[in-house]
Design a protein around this ligand. Structure first.
Ligand code: PAF
Length: 285
């Protein structure tokens, strides 16, 4: 496994692999790698012959007062995990390498519509930071395929839209959410939870399970499903619900009815102390 910290060295290593006829895969991450990331790497290795992982805590996607400074950083451990998972290249740039003019003066890409709903309403500059860094990573690595986690549902929908709108020659693959045995979706932010919050956080999964069950049993009124989603979280002491939504799986438009033949998804965000967790589940395909 090779580690590149500059853009020219990453480009050179990827170009060499491409010249050797290898299909290039990319798993963009912010580090603090867990089993969920390893599953993304495994999926990428199935789809490509050369797997690059980027590790970059992207300042542009954190708003003022968010957890940029305290976001977990554990490079040595991450590198060990990447090596064990069979990664070919780790790209670990500095903030100066990615944003030479600094974030305030950076050029940004916006994905209208999808950026300002749900997570985007609460974190207004988050998705332009995500879209911008992913676009830059795609330009640097030029992957044939890139793998993202389903847990960040809105993020992967937005990246798909950006790739489509900008005619980028990369296949975007979403990989199913990896969960703890009690259902909590794996996230680097789970590390912030104390024991009580960790116990309470399973309410997210319970809410999604109840919603899926209701829809499978014939419930089609989206407002009733929203209520089913809200209930386990609102009754959890110490949890604050940010949103419980039922939306079109592609456009993320809020739905009135859940119909077979129109893909829909339930999306949740809640805070446990200072820690915000998100999760989602497909309701119909
Ligand atoms: O999902 C993440 O870890 C980040 O948002 C991403 C896609 C690596 C961009 O910084």
């Amino acid at each position: 496994m090779q580690v590149a910290t500059t853009i020219p060295s990453a480009r050179q290593l990827v170009e060499q692999a491409r010249e050797d006829g290898r299909r290039i895969g990319l798993v963009p991450t912010m580090g603090a790698l867990h089993r969920g990331h390893v599953a993304l790497v495994e999926e990428c290795r199935r789809l490509a012959d050369f797997t690059a992982v980027s590790i970059f805590v992207n300042p542009a996607q954190f708003g003022p007062g968010e957890d940029y400074d305290r976001y977990p950083r554990m490079l040595e451990e991450d590198l060990r995990k990447c090596e064990a998972a069979g990664v070919d290249l780790v790209f670990k740039p500095s903030a100066e390498e990615m944003y030479p003019r600094g974030v305030p003066k950076a050029t940004f890409v916006e994905v209208p519509g999808l950026s300002h709903v749900l997570e985007g309403e609460i974190r207004p500059t988050h998705f332009r930071g995500v879209a911008t860094v992913v676009l830059a990573l795609f330009e640097i690595i030029r992957p044939d395929v890139a793998v993202f986690g389903q847990k960040d549902y809105q993020q992967q929908a937005l990246i798909r839209r950006m790739v489509e709108d900008l005619h980028m020659p990369v296949e975007v693959v979403s990989h199913q959410t990896v969960r703890e045995s009690d259902g909590l979706a794996l996230s680097s932010r789970n590390a912030y939870l104390d024991a009580e919050q960790r116990r309470g956080s399973v309410a997210l999964y319970k809410a999604l399970e109840a919603a899926c069950k209701a829809v499978a049993g014939g419930e089609s009124d989206a407002d009733r499903v929203r209520q089913i989603l809200r209930s386990p979280i609102e009754s959890e002491v110490g949890a604050t619900l940010d949103y419980a939504e039922v939306v079109d799986a592609e456009t993320l438009e809020s739905l009135e009815r859940i119909e077979p033949g129109r893909a829909s998804v339930a999306l949740l965000a809640a805070r446990f102390g200072k820690t915000r967790l998100i999760d989602n589940a497909r309701l119909t395909e």
